[in-house]
Design a protein around this ligand. Sequence first.
Ligand code: PMP
Length: 382
Amino acid sequence: PIYLDYNATTPLDPRVLEAMLPWFTEHFGNAASRTHLYGWEAEEAVVQARNQLASTLGASEKEIVFTSGATEANNLAIKGTFEARRTQGTHHYITVATEHKAVLDPFRHLEQWGADVTYLTPSPDGLISAAQIAEVLRPDTVLVSVMYAHNEIGVVQPIGEIGALCRAHGVLFHTDATQAVGKIPVDVQADAIDLLSLSAHKFYGPKGVGALYVRKGVKLTAQLDGGRHERGLRSGTLNVPGIVGLGKACQLAAQEMSTESPRLKYLRDLLEETILQQVPDTRINGHRTHRLPQVTNISFGGVDGEQLLLHLNRLAVSSGSACTSASVEPSYVLKVLGLDDALAYASLRFSLGRFTTEAEVVAAARHVQEVVARMRNQVPFA
Ligand code: PMP
């Protein structure tokens, strides 16, 4: 099938694999071994990757904490902030109802620990404004967490405005930038970001490695205790090949963004316009312009969502729904944006990437058109 699910994960870029390979075999040292060459060269490779990542974010290398991915980075940012402030009275936190579960669930945890959490509802196009946040700020607000770009609908939030607001009120600002890093420019200084999460496998790096940017001076309590790696914020032997891959992947993404981004936008618009023109009763979810260049989320009125995915067997896309082992739930994100269950079910996320071609996009649009037409006309599938 044609892979249009790059927001779920991306293949490793062969250039990233090449950079990683020696760190599995001949250079296998533990980056924490200070007594011999094996350790020193592993440490040197980690330093280089840390610099590569820091420079693409506008950060200093001392502000990078390597983790197992964005889930862990979000947990460290949110629970680690709460724990570091635990003794200072009541705690209020602000986030958005459409955040990824890897943000919402740590906040549920904070509520169990006694924090107050406000879950803001974005406008129907998925945007949250700094003004909405200003309205619910309290004197005891500790942290605001708003994702940079949305995994399901691609909406890019006004992160700079939200960051400036938080900075002006002395409130910490965390952003889950998992879907933004490597796709659009992200600058922690310009956007006044204090904590930022990312995951390498979303930008052609390996799975199981990511990072948390922690602004100098921000206090966190570690969630993994042990050998005090990563300045005590994340113990555990460093995943050297993974970290090397992350560094290489973000360097490549930064180098290629200015050509890759318009190419993907052209392909995404082609896919979207073809489907919208040729398939009646369709709508795009999420803001049309404040959006990542390579993703579109489309609802198909009057078709059964489960059947739709089943019949689209030549495409690897994701439905707006999150599959758990027991049941297929309609996307909570689309429901927050006002879609009913049936329409949320019948929504597809198409996400394009580095290896997507125009021929694939044309074939994908044709396949969608044929399948939806057959379903609506109730023409049996052979
Ligand atoms: N946040 C967002 C916005 C994501 O899209 C993802 C991946 N689906 C995650 C967090 C979690 O990333 P990982 O599974 O690599 O920890």
